[in-house]
Design a protein around this ligand. Structure first.
Ligand code: OOG
Ligand code: MG
Length: 262
């Protein structure tokens, strides 16, 4: 750790205020170029602690930057991990208020729900599939608090990996009924296809992203709890959205899920 507790608390408050007020900020490594990975996750943990102390519930976890398309789009080379609380979850059919967001983008994702907790280190695809209750389609709405969506990995980790909103829906299926690598994914905006891909775009197998998350948490003495929703990461590049847009994600065998932006 390079930052003291006071600085970490101040940066967490700053980033969370930007989130809650839909205000952007230069990336925090501009002011703190020496901050390390532990500092970045400590800032993210402090944002979670602030939310929990105000009554939020932790309902899930996310992996991000798990596909080459996403890594290339953001100019980075390693996955990152974040948390999901109840206020991020949008029921299908309700509208996402763009006035609460800075510059939202949508991503097509495969969501996992576990029947048993998963612990790392040493977690692998087999362990993930054995512990998975079902998978289902999800649209993640990301909204970096950083100006023009420009960041480095430590800044984006501190900013809870741009997490903002998400919806899951469609048809839940057990993983043994599917080949998650060849699962086709089509995302439409206002009726036009804007991105398409297959599950293997995520680390060759979406369950590998969940294994990486379990191994990341294992190093910190934590597990992925049963019942949590886990977003395994955008299959394709993220697509910008604005008020009036309608986004529909269709995943092979898993039906569709959609979101409207107001
Ligand atoms: C970071 C979050 C990336 C994903 O699925 O790749 C992410 C960002 O691109 O702002 O959630
Ligand atoms: Mg994502």
């Amino acid at each position: 750790m390079k930052l003291d507790a006071h600085t970490i608390a101040g940066l967490a408050e700053h980033l969370e205020t930007c989130e809650l007020k839909a205000r952007d900020t230069p990336k925090i490594t501009d002011e703190h170029p020496g901050m390390d990975w532990d500092d970045a996750y400590a800032i993210q943990d402090e944002i979670l602690r602030r939310k929990l102390s105000r009554g939020a519930r932790l309902i899930g976890l996310k992996a991000g930057l798990t596909s080459h398309a996403k890594m290339k789009q953001m100019g980075v080379d390693t996955p990152v991990f974040g948390f999901l609380v109840d206020s991020f979850s949008v029921p299908e059919g309700t509208q996402v208020k763009t006035s609460e967001l800075i510059h939202p983008k949508v991503e097509p994702e495969i969501a996992f729900v576990l029947k048993r907790a998963l612990a790392g280190p040493g977690c692998h695809i087999g362990a993930v599939l054995a512990a998975t209750d079902f998978v289902l389609p999800g649209i993640e709405v990301i909204d970096s608090r950083y100006r023009d969506f420009k960041f480095d990995l430590k800044s984006v980790v501190a900013d809870n990996t741009s997490a903002a909103r998400f919806v899951v829906g469609g048809r839940a299926m057990r993983p043994e009924q599917l080949d998650l690598r060849t699962l086709g994914v089509v995302m439409e905006k206002n009726g036009e296809v804007v991105s398409l891909g297959a599950g293997a775009a995520v680390l060759s197998h979406p369950a590998a992203a969940v294994a990486m998350l379990a191994n990341h948490l294992g190093r910190r003495g934590q597990v992925i709890p049963a019942g949590a929703v886990i977003l395994s990461g955008g299959v394709t590049e993220a697509v910008s959205v604005e008020a009036g847009d309608h986004v529909c994600l269709r995943v092979q065998n898993l039906g569709s899920v959609s979101l409207r932006f107001a």
